[in-house]
Design a protein around this ligand. Structure first.
Ligand code: ZN
Ligand code: ZN
Length: 348
């Protein structure tokens, strides 16, 4: 099959179009012809070498939707021709996290697309009944790739946050693919939303997405004084920390005493200095949140099909332009998600 392959870690130009072997489905798997694949901040980090355990060469892309073209002998819920979307990982189905409905953090299954599993920058991927759902007709194929990661990740994080209606939520990285959908979801859930962006030009789009307030992070990422002013000096009930390292320190200072932070993303991997006394004296809570579960995707499909959340797709490009897509994202030119479409799906 044709794939955009990463042969070595490096800049966007290390991505190359090439022929690779087709992924081979197991009896409990199916083969999906990929229509489109979202480009995630995670892909940029992986390409640059921040996840050195990724086996190279690899075919990246974990935001996948397409059509079932072959089913294994143990598949009962899907048929050839079904339009489907997948979550980012195939779990094992039997470990303690899978049994708890946390297959998003299973470490013993077939794995994560673009790392252990050949991903959506290739024309075909394998999928399992544990990570796949059928798509309703209302959701077109150039939108379906954003469901699991760009929308599902924020949904999962808000679920982890467990907040009552009317809570104040600060969302960093708010104009990115995960951020702008998290803004919509938090507004839909009745929260007062403060979106943080580093790009003043993106403020209007955030307000249209449902942000009550938009704060532009200055040089060095400082925005907590403005957040304190917006919350009558109290601080926010919750932070969805999507940017990570660049905003973390100001995010912590934006939290009210007894507040909560859900850590969803990190654009600059590495360690951070953190004064433990802050968390002790203010009883701050920190919760990690990874990707989305199949049940999250189930909800997102219904929410998007009903029009309650509008997928924000900044650009649709052919898979052959993956390097250009990576460059545009690194230059912060995109609001929302970039979707790469395979040739056959563009022709259709
Ligand atoms: Zn993603
Ligand atoms: Zn498992």
């Amino acid at each position: 099959m044709k794939a955009m392959r990463l042969a070595a870690f490096g800049g966007p130009d290390t991505l190359e179009t090439t022929e690779v072997p087709m992924p081979q489905p197991q009896p409990d798997q199916m083969l999906v012809r990929v229509a489109g694949c979202g480009v995630c901040g995670h892909d940029l980090l992986n390409r640059a070498g921040h996840f050195p355990s990724t086996p190279l060469p690899c075919v990246m892309g974990h935001e996948v939707a397409g059509e079932v073209v072959e089913v294994g002998s143990l598949i009962t819920k899907f048929r050839v021709g079904d339009r489907v979307a997948m979550i980012q990982r195939i779990g094992c189905g039997t470990c303690i996290t899978c049994r708890n409905g946390q297959e998003n953090i299973c470490t013993s299954g077939p794995g994560f697309y673009g790392e252990q599993l050949s991903g959506g920058y290739g024309e075909y991927v394998v999928a399992s009944e544990m990570n796949t759902l059928p798509l309703p007709d209302e959701i077109p194929m150039d939108v379906a790739p954003v469901l699991s990661c760009a929308i599902g990740t924020g949904y999962h994080a808000l679920r982890r946050a467990g907040l009552p209606i009317g809570s104040t939520v600060l969302i960093t990285g708010a104009s990115g693919g995960v951020g702008i959908h998290a803004v919509q979801l938090a507004a839909l859930a009745g929260m007062e939303v403060i979106g943080v962006t580093s790009s003043p030009a993106k403020a209007d789009e955030l307000q249209r997405a449902g942000a009550d307030h938009v704060v532009v992070a200055g040089e060095g990422g400082g925005f907590h004084r403005e957040v304190r002013d917006l919350t009558d000096g109290v601080g926010v009930d919750c932070v969805l920390e999507i940017a990570g390292t660049p905003t973390f320190s100001s995010s912590v200072r934006s939290m009210r005493a007894g507040g909560r932070m859900v850590i969803v993303g990190n654009v600059e991997p590495g360690n951070l200095p953190f004064n433990l006394a802050l968390s002790i004296l203010k009883e701050l809570e920190f919760i990690g949140s990874a990707h989305a579960t199949l049940n999250d995707l189930r909800k997102i499909i219904r929410i998007v099909a009903s029009g309650k959340v509008k997928p924000q797709i900044g650009r649709v490009m052919p898979v052959a332009a993956a390097a250009e897509a990576h460059r545009a994202m690194e230059a912060k030119e995109i609001t929302g998600r970039v979707v790469l479409m395979h040739e056959h799906a563009i022709a259709a």
